[in-house]
Design a protein around this ligand. Structure first.
Ligand code: AP5
Length: 215
């Protein structure tokens, strides 16, 4: 199963990708997680990416394309994957399709998550991310068992720099300008499935799993 999760920042892609990846035993490939890991390790790629991420801009296509190529070509990605947050531009989508064609493979579906804009802002403003592992919580909707502490690894929960109000607005504009054209792109290729992302995590998960064959 080769699937793309597409949608605005904060719509719940990462949360659902984690759940679907563990249900189907396939990797979740999140360009946001890969980039944040490079930033925290202060690699040259991370140092370059940080400037773009802090402003809410997209990291240059060639940087993220290289990261994804490495993952989908690894043995881990051989039997399928969920791409969370990639592609985000038409150039990235074209490159992904070239890489898959070269492996005689193709995408099965693109799930387009939709929730109202005010709900996106509520989800992003209350998001808390673990400083040590990829776990994500929400102060109101997905609270940790102990306030400020990750349920998985007991790491400290922090607010992402780009979840601050001014950066959220800029991320949403970048999404509208550069990523929304992919809705038409994948609709034309008959790959797009729209998913109502509102409601609890469990409600969204059951709607989502109904779009896939039983595990
Ligand atoms: P990235 O990390 O990909 O950010 P994003 O797409 O903006 O997505 P988010 O992680 O903000 O949201 P999400 O949809 O995963 O929501 P989540 O599940 O966490 O990218 C960050 C940056 O990296 C970009 O701005 C860019 O600079 C760079 N980048 C990444 N990929 C790139 C690419 N391909 N090209 C160029 N640059 C790239 O949920 C949000 C919150 O809501 C959480 O608190 C969660 O607990 C809560 N929540 C989830 N589901 C529900 C629910 N059903 N009900 C209530 N709360 C919920």
């Amino acid at each position: 199963m080769r699937v793309v999760f597409l949608g605005a920042p904060g719509v719940g892609k990462g949360t659902q990708a984690e759940l679907v990846a563990s249900t189907y035993h396939i990797p979740k490939i999140s360009t946001g997680d890969l980039l944040r890991s490079a930033v925290s390790q202060k690699t040259p790629l991370g140092l370059e990416a940080k400037q773009f991420m802090d402003r809410g801009d997209l990291v240059p296509d060639q940087v993220v394309i290289g990261l994804v190529e490495e993952k989908i070509s690894s043995p881990e990605g051989a039997h399928g994957f969920i791409l969370d947050g990639f592609p985000r531009t038409v150039a990235q989508a074209d490159e992904l399709s070239k890489q898959l064609e070269a492996k005689d493979a193709s995408l099965d579906k693109v799930i387009y998550f939709v929730i109202p804009r005010e709900e996106i802002v509520r989800r992003l403003s209350g998001r808390r991310s673990c400083s040590k592992c990829p776990a994500v919580f929400h102060v109101e909707f997905v609270p940790p068992k102990v306030a400020g502490q990750c349920d998985e690894c007991e790491g400290e929960l922090i607010q992402r720099n780009d979840d601050k109000k001014e950066t959220v607005e800029s991320r949403l504009s970048v999404y509208e300008e550069q990523t929304m054209p992919l809705i038409h792109y994948y609709k034309q290729r008959s790959l797009l499935e729209e998913l109502d992302g509102s409601g609890s995590v469990e409600t969204v998960q059951s709607r989502l799993l109904a779009l896939f064959p039983a595990p």
